[in-house]
Write a protein that binds this ligand. Structure first.
Ligand code: NOJ
Ligand code: NOJ
Length: 656
């Protein structure tokens, strides 16, 4: 049922394929009419780590057979390990040094990046990744901040301060997505000197502000625990307010997914937005905020939480990563997007909660099996794997970027989800629950498994857990097998022979292997409140989201208008809306809102738009033919007035 409603919710969008387009008009992800039924020191210079790694690699090399053996003389020399602990002993310091090397201003491979800027990769052609992506940088710094706040490396503070300062500057840079107050926070990437990237791209990408907020809040919480509230209030909070208001105001608008290809609703984006807002609410509460953001964010967090449920397809038994049926390229929806979500929204206190798709939840485990299975038969690199054995996995099976290949960070993510699942089973002491949803996952390890509980400490529990641990390790070892003997991690490895491909030294790949190792070691992750959440019984779009972009400065000044027009059309014709305010595109025909939705409502076409509250405006509908020819409604402009802040109105019009 959820999937058809997703279709309904998403048919409203003008899904635009591909990253070549620049500005896309924001449209709601969820419409109110569909809602009631949708359930649902610079890095410390890097000198020390580099040195450590140099020493480690040097000694490994000198000691000869420390595990790094060439796999195939025809190919680059590779690592070959039979135990993840051995792989870790070699790879951890290499990855750490590789990650630090990609951070300005003194990283060994930073390409001249400004202070605090994380480059995606030093590769400046084929592909050119010498930019900073908000997503990659925030995930990388989440790891660094976790490392710092857990006391593992007290020298990281300067680098963290540089990162915060850089992000504070980047927030203010006007860019093709807008200014800081008109949508610019959704811009996915910037030049490494922090200037705007003005070329065509899949923009906006709305996971960036959320991931950045989660990283910075982790730092803020630590500082508060150290009684350094002043720095949090004066320096971190203004940055967080911008990002969290952006999330609160825009979660219900379409944007490009984390792979920068699909314009619509993305599970990863929705989930990380949800997490960030929950953390923001807790921080605002701790700081004694009285500006009203707590109430607004709480309302929106509930709405996002509700919407999050709609990505689960009960009939297919997996999480559909992108709600994009209007978008030409048909995909299965099986996507590492969902596995990354499980690890980046892990909350150790939430048990195996399926509403937040925790790593050991039945939904996340069922999904993981289906995701992995999608790669078994499509690539020759996996053809020798026994049935059910670990294989190389990538972004999604239909991927064609660089021909479509396994990625290091996605293969490591499979291991990480499983390590976190095991950690929770062991710490909860409530055994392993097998539901009808997760049964196929568990039957991979014991074909006689049945729905029920494997009691903590029982032989059945231990046998199952051990099999899953071995399987988790096997994924890490697949990626290890295709890691060159230097330990360098690029973005992809070849689907036919495992040769590293695409961007070299991908910073995100290093972060991914490091968090995977940490998860295996049970390194603590912080709770973000997933344990205590209750789903609302009906979902709402909230009073924000929609066509106007965000105000960046809080809510309360907008209301929504649902425009409905009865218009019969001929094949190829669509109805659009334009008007005299920015939210209605200032009488633009080329960027008029639309096409309006008509799924299940034709000949009624409709759209919900966020507009300034209590404001009089003019508007008209237009029709565009298949060739793009525009026909305006006849007669004088239509006039209406929006509701007071937080309210909504509906206009029932007939084409004239
Ligand atoms: C570049 C993007 O970064 C990548 O994710 C995408 O697959 C390719 N463009 C192709 O659209
Ligand atoms: C392409 C990936 O699809 C995207 O997720 C990433 O942000 C960029 N490359 C930079 O690494």
């Amino acid at each position: 049922m959820q999937s058809s409603q997703l279709l309904k919710a998403s048919k409203a969008e003008q899904f635009v394929d591909q990253s070549s387009s620049s500005l896309q008009r924001d449209t709601p992800l969820l419409h109110s009419s569909a809602s009631s039924s949708i359930f649902w020191s610079k890095m410390r210079k890097n000198f020390l780590p580099m040195l450590v790694s140099a020493v480690v690699s040097c000694c490994l090399l000198l000691s000869g057979s420390s595990g790094a053996t060439p796999a195939d003389p025809q190919l680059e020399k590779r690592l070959s390990y039979t135990a993840v602990s051995d792989f870790k002993a070699f790879e951890y310091p290499v990855a750490l040094a590789g990650l630090y090397a990609n951070i300005g201003p003194n990283g060994a491979k930073d390409g001249g990046a400004a202070s605090g800027v994380v480059i995606a990769s030093p590769s400046n052609s084929n592909p050119d990744y010498l930019y900073t992506w908000i997503r990659d940088a925030s995930l990388v710094y989440k790891y660094i901040i976790d490392r710092y706040v857990s006391g593992r490396d007290t020298t990281l503070l300067t680098g963290i301060n540089n990162f915060v300062a850089s992000m504070g500057r980047i927030q203010q840079v006007s860019n093709p997505s807008g200014t800081v107050s008109s949508g610019g926070l959704g811009e996915p990437k910037f030049l490494i000197n922090e200037a705007a990237f003005t070329g065509g791209w899949g923009r906006p990408q709305r996971d960036g502000p959320a991931l950045r907020a989660t990283a910075i809040i982790t730092f803020a919480n630590y500082l508060i625990s150290q009684s350094n509230t002043t720095y949090v209030r004066n320096t971190l909070w203004p940055i967080l307010l911008l990002d969290l208001n952006y999330v609160s105001n825009n979660w219900n608008s379409t944007g490009f997914d984390l792979w920068e290809e699909v314009n619509g609703a993305s599970f990863f984006t929705t989930a990380v937005q949800h997490r960030a807002l929950r953390q923001g609410i807790a921080l605002a509460t701790a700081l004694g905020d009285t500006t009203g953001v707590i109430a607004t964010w709480t309302t929106q967090a509930q709405n996002i939480f509700c919407f999050l449920q709609s990505y689960w397809s009960a009939s297919s038994g997996y999480i559909v990563a992108n709600v994009n049926p209007g978008n030409g390229a048909i995909r299965s929806g099986k996507d590492a997007n969902t596995v990354l979500t499980s690890i980046h929204t892990f909350d150790p206190a939430a048990g195996c909660d399926s509403k937040t798709f925790q790593p050991c939840s039945d939904k996340a485990l069922a999904n993981l099996k289906i995701y992995v299975d999608a790669f078994r038969s499509i690539w020759s690199i996996n053809s020798a794997a026994a049935a059910g054995a670990a294989v190389a996995t990538g972004r999604y099976p239909e991927d064609s970027y660089y021909g479509g290949n396994p990625w290091y960070l996605t293969t490591f993510a499979v291991s990480e989800q499983l390590y976190r699942a095991i950690q929770v089973w062991d710490s909860l002491g409530q055994g392993i629950n097998i539901t009808s949803i997760s049964l196929p996952f568990f039957q991979q390890f014991n074909s006689a498994a049945v729905v029920g509980n494997l009691a903590a400490g029982s032989t059945a529990y231990t046998t199952m857990k051990t099999a899953i641990l071995n399987w988790a390790d096997a994924f890490a070892l697949v990626a290890a097998k295709y890691t060159p003997s230097t330990g360098a991690l690029s973005e992809q490895y070849s689907k036919s022979d495992g040769t590293p491909l695409s961007a070299s030294d991908l910073t995100w790949s290093y972060a991914a292997v490091l968090t995977m190792f940490d998860a295996r070691d049970g390194v603590t992750a912080e709770s973000w409140g997933a344990a205590s959440l209750t789903l609302p019984s009906t979902c709402s779009t909230g009073s924000s989201g929609g066509g106007g972009g965000d105000t960046g400065g809080g809510t309360g000044s907008t209301s929504t208008v649902t425009f409905k027009v009865t218009a019969t059309t001929v094949w190829g014709e669509n109805i659009y809306l334009t008007g005299n305010i920015a939210a209605l595109t200032n009488w633009s025909t080329s960027s008029a809102l639309g096409p309006l939705t008509n799924t299940n409502t034709y000949p009624v076409w409709w759209v919900t738009v966020t507009v300034p509250a209590a404001t009089s405006f003019e508007y008209k509908y237009i029709r565009k033919s298949s060739t793009g020819a525009v026909t305006w409604e006849s007669g004088s402009n239509r006039v209406s007035t929006s509701a007071a802040a937080g309210g909504s109105t509906t206009l029932n019009d007939t084409w004239k």
